[in-house]
Design a protein around this ligand. Structure first.
Ligand code: ADP
Ligand code: GLC
Length: 480
């Protein structure tokens, strides 16, 4: 019987993205890493995902473990298999997911039926959680972000069959809003149409639905868990989260240290002997035609307002004057893409830009750069600052969310105590960010101090061990 071997419990994780199958951001990294991290602690996890067009060929021939006759305009079936080391359930409903384009949009814009597309995922998740697959009945349904928000709601409103639910917020900026007339269409009961339930500004929020109905709420760092209860971060849902405060916790993400392994980029890479670092840096400068006397910084990011990318034009010129260099890898807001391109045009040999998504290049950037810049206005957890720690690429971060929980900023006190791992700044504006870059230049000019901070950074644990134990503890408490 699948998964029956002495497992502590079974978890059905429900999400729209999962590495290595489909990714637009850190959500996918986390959903893909959790099953492996929890397997080591005896938890048996399956991830339910939509069977997007790109996944169909790989799943051809997989056994059908669930049939759903009426999934908003067509039938659906669930295929079961392994992909990239993850035990996966794919919801194959071609009328919803077999499309040209990304998980949420085509080149023309967002799919108009996203509410229904992800309601379908949540509906099937809740049914499997309630009724169980043959030989595999989940103890916990773990829903990620608005796309899975209706899954705990369906359990709460239609019966949970003994299955507990966890709702994890990766980013509250995305709330899954649908107009009021969709209530019945989404198979939600009339009594849920209430401000204390899922009504939200005259419509329905699928994230709010998950938040009010799940047995427990988590988010991806302790600081973000606290920030979310304040208006400037809660984005309208602060009251909802605060009201459930006794059932909210922040569990910091980890990174996959097998995938993000400096020794894999270059065997000479270590905190003590930075030979590998020097070689990687030289290769990077050659690849991008850069000559940088001071610290070489990188940005690997979605280019959006959340990430504070719009601050770069104000702070980079002084950083360049001070000897620094910059490589930006990312895509997103056309205005921000233009602004970073303009920086590269203004500072040839010092600033380079690659618009696009490139996993291989991102590894080479972390291996070769001296610092990674993460000036986010809010950051639920953030992964790139942790890649930076691991590769001795000092994080320069805004003091918010998971950034505040993972980086110890250099200050006279932290340098004396020998614990600094990067540079932090607050508030998130050009003045503070510019001062942080000035501090980075000053640190770089003191090789012994720089080497100490870098060694601290590389020694800072960023793996999944602690966080996986926290999720395991949560599952255990819920199912006790
Ligand atoms: P978010 O999920 O908000 O975008 P995270 O820091 O949690 O932020 O995760 C972003 C993930 O996407 C990281 O793994 C990062 O390396 C990756 N990433 C972002 N932009 C690019 C890009 N242009 N090329 C390669 N990887 C990228
Ligand atoms: C979201 C957040 C990011 C977090 C990621 C994974 O995309 O923006 O901070 O690291 O989810 O939890």
């Amino acid at each position: 019987m699948a998964g029956a071997q002495s497992s502590r419990g079974r978890v059905l994780s429900v999400a729209s993205e999962c590495v290595p199958l489909v990714k637009t951001g850190g959500l996918a990294d986390v959903v893909g890493a959790l099953p492996g991290a929890l397997a080591g602690l005896g938890w048996d996890m399956k991830v339910l995902l939509p069977c997007y067009r790109a996944l169909r060929a790989g799943a051809a021939g997989w056994p059908v473990v669930w049939d759903e006759a009426d999934l908003w305009g067509g039938p659906g079936r669930v295929l079961s298999g392994e992909m990239g080391g993850v035990s996966v359930l794919l919801l194959d409903a071609p009328h919803l997911y077999d499309r040209e384009g990304g998980p949420y949009s085509s080149p023309v814009g967002e799919y108009p039926d996203n509410a229904v597309r992800f309601a379908a995922l949540s509906w099937v998740a809740a049914r499997i959680a309630r009724e169980g697959l043959e030989g595999w009945k989940p103890d916990v349904l773990h829903a990620h972000d608005w796309q899975a928000g209706l899954a705990p709601a369906y359990l709460a409103y239609h019966g949970n069959g003994g299955c507990k639910s966890v709702m994890t917020i990766h980013n509250i900026a995305f709330q899954g809003w649908a107009p009021a007339h969709m209530l019945g269409v989404l198979r939600l009961p009339g009594h849920a149409w209430h401000p204390e339930a899922l009504e939200y500004y005259g419509g329905i929020s699928t994230l709010k639905a998950g938040l009010v109905t799940a047995d427990w709420i988590t988010t991806v760092s302790p600081t973000y868990a606290a920030e979310l209860m304040r208006p400037e971060f809660g984005m309208g849902l602060q009251g909802v989260i605060a009201a459930r405060g006794a059932a909210v916790s922040g569990i910091l993400n980890g990174v996959d240290t097998g995938v993000w392994d400096p020794g894999a980029e270059d065997p000479a890479f270590s905190a003590k002997s930075l030979v590998g670092k020097a070689a990687s840096r030289a290769a990077l400068c050659a690849e991008f035609g850069l000559e940088v006397p001071g610290p070489l910084a990188i940005v690997v990011s979605r280019l959006t307002d959340q990430k504070g990318i719009d601050l770069l034009p104000a702070v980079i010129p002084d950083f360049i004057l001070g000897g620094g260099g910059l490589i930006v890898l990312g895509s997103g807001d056309p205005g921000m893409e233009g602004a970073v391109r303009a920086l590269a045009a203004r500072f040839p040999g010092r600033v380079a830009v690659r618009i696009g998504y490139d996993e291989g290049l991102s590894h080479r950037l972390f291996a070769g750069a001296d610092a990674v810049l993460v000036p986010s206005r809010f950051e639920p957890c953030g992964l790139t600052q942790m890649y930076g720690l691991r590769y001795g690429t000092l994080p320069v971060v805004a003091l918010t969310g998971g950034l505040a929980d993972t980086v110890i900023g250099a200050s006279p006190a932290t340098l004396t105590a020998g614990v600094a791992t990067g540079v932090t700044f607050h508030p998130v504006d050009a003045l503070a960010f510019g001062q942080a870059l000035a501090q980075l230049l000053a640190l770089y000019a003191q090789p012994k101090t720089w080497a100490k901070v870098r060694a601290n950074a590389m020694a800072h644990p960023v793996g999944w061990e602690t966080s996986a134990a926290a999720y395991a503890g949560l599952y255990e408490r819920l199912t006790a």
